[in-house]
Ligand binder design. Structure first.
Ligand code: SF4
Length: 418
């Protein structure tokens, strides 16, 4: 056929969207070693511009991005993760929940939460019909609670607008609360093998290093370039495996600090590895000085087993969770104890709690006080009396759960004070 490069004669062939060259008696997947790996692998293969009159379909179907995908797929077969809970029966709902949980959280941490969540909400209708408190309760300890609130909002939309069936069109998925382009792509790629690119943190790091894309995460030009590369690298076939592979490589090999380049299937063609710029790519976030915050929380006990909790506003730290009444100063906390709880004795400070958030560290000083159940603070709907021995199924921040557990095992009179 005119214009075609015959594999037997050229020593190069393309199969399943993957570039391969003749080696010994067989074929090997090609990995580019050119300076700009995004250039056509065909150049590495001796198919220089003009050598085939510029007409070869082979030149057009052998970009380095094919070699990139091929190397990843080969690695994933050998070393990737194949038995994660969300890889079993990967419906759109199951993949969606896993993708949201995995945002900013590692696989090992997510697994027990995922199993518990799926046992309680096995399908999208169960999640939509559940009270928000129940969803936050099952999510408690995983952090970034806006994710749980968005999951439930999206589930309600699926129930009400899609007859309870998780939509399978990209635009419909991307329109749901808390789902961006990458998550929508990952859902359809992982559960249906649809050829959609992803660009989560792991994929972004691998692509930025391999192709040498500089620029901070917030720079539109860098984002545009990375999305283009993500699109080009996604193979025509085996999309689900490829998507899992790039996420796995970023999570286990091409990690942020100390990437394991000697174990990486992409090392031969990786720009960052060749130039020693692994730690510059992608451009690190500008380090912000960690802030220290102090808070005073009133532990109001009506009896040794019952404590007063209030629901926090939806926006901000621990949004929508139940918590002890919080104050910025000891003076404000003491005024609350005196005026609202009408306690006779001043509050007693307990041992402080430390909790690290992404951008700041919080030191909480709990202030223990005994009050009557009928204290003026008990306005309709403002909070609830929480039984330490028979806890309600509500969402609690991890340090508050720990403090309440400690109170449950102590009595009002032997709890350790500061
Ligand atoms: S060679 Fe190193 S920097 Fe390059 S993709 Fe692999 S692990 Fe990342």
């Amino acid at each position: 056929m005119r214009g075609m490069v015959h594999p037997q004669r050229s020593g190069v062939k393309e199969s399943g969207g993957l570039a391969q060259r003749r080696r010994g008696g067989g074929w090997e997947i090609m990995v580019s070693t050119r300076k700009d790996p995004a250039e056509a692998v065909a150049v590495d293969a001796g198919l220089k511009r003009g050598s085939t009159g510029g007409k070869s379909p082979l030149r057009r179907t052998l970009p380095a991005t094919s070699a990139f995908a091929a190397a990843l797929l080969g690695w994933h077969e050998r070393a990737g993760r194949h038995d994660l809970p969300w890889q079993q029966h990967p419906t759109a709902y199951r993949v969606w929940v896993s993708e949201v949980m995995l945002q900013q959280t590692q696989v090992a941490t997510v697994i027990p939460f995922y199993l518990r969540f799926m046992a309680r909400f096995p399908h999208v209708r169960a999640l939509a019909d559940a009270p928000l408190d129940e969803v936050l309760h099952v999510w408690s300890g995983l952090g970034y609670y806006a994710r749980a609130r968005n999951l439930q909002r999206a589930a309600v939309r699926v129930r009400d607008e899609h007859q309870g069936e998780f939509p399978l069109r990209f635009e419909q998925i991307a329109a749901l609360p808390g789902i961006g382009r990458s998550t929508a792509g990952a859902i359809l790629a992982l559960c249906r093998g649809e050829r959609l690119p992803i660009l989560d943190g792991n994929a972004r790091r691998v692509l930025a290093r391999y192709f040498g894309v500089a620029g901070a995460r917030t720079e539109p030009a860098a984002g545009k370039r990375l999305w283009e590369l993500a699109e080009r690298c996604t193979p025509q076939q085996r999309v689900s495996e490829y998507t899992q592979a790039i996420m796995d490589l970023g999570a286990t090999v091409c990690v942020r600090r100390r990437p394991l380049c000697t174990q990486c299937p992409l090392s031969a063609g990786c720009y960052a590895q060749r130039t020693g710029r692994q730690h510059e790519l992608p451009a690190p976030h500008r380090a912000r000085a960690r802030r220290l915050r102090r808070a005073f929380m009133v532990v109001a006990l009506a009896d040794p087993q019952t404590v007063w909790l209030e629901r926090r506003p939806e926006s901000g730290v621990w949004g929508g969770l139940w918590c002890l009444p919080e104050f910025a100063t000891a003076t404000a906390a003491t005024a609350f104890v005196r005026n609202s709880l009408q306690a006779a004795a001043p509050p007693q400070p307990l041992a402080a709690l430390e909790h690290a958030f992404t951008h700041f560290d919080l030191t909480i000083t709990p202030l223990l006080v005994q009050c009557a159940r009928s204290a003026a603070v008990m306005e309709e709907g403002a909070g609830l009396w929480y039984n330490l021995r028979e806890p309600a199924r509500i969402g609690l921040p991890a340090p508050i759960t720990a403090l309440l557990a400690r109170l449950a095992t102590d009595t009002l009179f032997d709890v350790r004070t500061a």
